[in-house]
Design a binder for this molecule. Structure first.
Ligand code: SAM
Length: 194
């Protein structure tokens, strides 16, 4: 199978571009599935910074990490503050937008302003050739607003700096996610919008 679902496709892109020993970012740790994937990818010498604004999410992530915990810094803060914790260069980053599955409070969701601020800062920190993946869910309240703001933002990124794709399966039911993937194709320290 070549046309994977969104999450396996995102992981494939990162597996092809992240090198063992690098620093990477899980911008939305949630229950830790992506953090575990990234921790395995970067190996013993690498580092994952995993952000979440919910203590319960970081607890779940820590539990899931088990023996990989020493490769991960869990950060109880918004990904919008990524530049306070992470040094350049990073090898890649992952977002999985929306709310924490099985949470007591599904009204805690990712928001357009902080998601865009985080992507903006991560692009400056990203290595040339690195990829940021964003799995976008728009089936919950607030989802369509975040989707639209994000699409508008990525379309203003200059094509000489980054390539942006949207990837989605068109014949899935029940509001499946789609993927936005951004590849940095030129070195820069600051994102300039069109
Ligand atoms: N990747 C996760 C996994 O593998 O289980 C799922 C992530 S879940 C869909 C989205 C997560 O983003 C929630 O846990 C939520 O608390 C978190 N979140 C919301 N706003 C955030 C922010 N500004 N910074 C960091 N995390 C945030």
């Amino acid at each position: 199978m070549r046309l994977h679902r969104v999450l396996p496709f995102a992981k494939r892109l990162l597996a092809e571009t992240v090198v063992a020993g690098e620093t990477v970012v899980d911008a939305t740790a949630g229950n830790g599935n992506d953090t575990v994937f990234l921790a395995e990818l970067i190996g013993e010498e690498g580092k994952v910074f995993a952000f979440d604004i919910q203590q319960a999410a970081l607890r779940a992530t820590k539990e899931r990490l088990a023996g990989l915990a020493n490769r991960v810094d869990l950060v109880l803060d918004s990904h919008a503050h990524v530049d306070r914790y992470v040094q350049k260069p990073i090898g890649g980053a992952m977002f999985n937008l929306g709310y924490l599955p099985y949470s007591d409070d599904p009204t805690i969701i990712t928001k357009p302003e902080s998601t865009i601020e985080a992507i903006h800062k991560l692009l400056a920190l990203l290595k040339k050739g690195g990829i940021i993946t964003v799995s976008v869910y728009d089936g919950h309240e607030g989802g369509p607003q975040e989707r639209d703001a994000l699409l508008q933002y990525v379309k203003t990124l200059r094509q000489a700096d980054v390539h942006v794709i949207r990837y989605e399966l068109l014949n899935q039911r029940n509001n499946p996610p789609f993927l936005i993937a951004i590849e940095k194709v030129r070195e820069f320290d600051e994102v300039i919008l069109m």
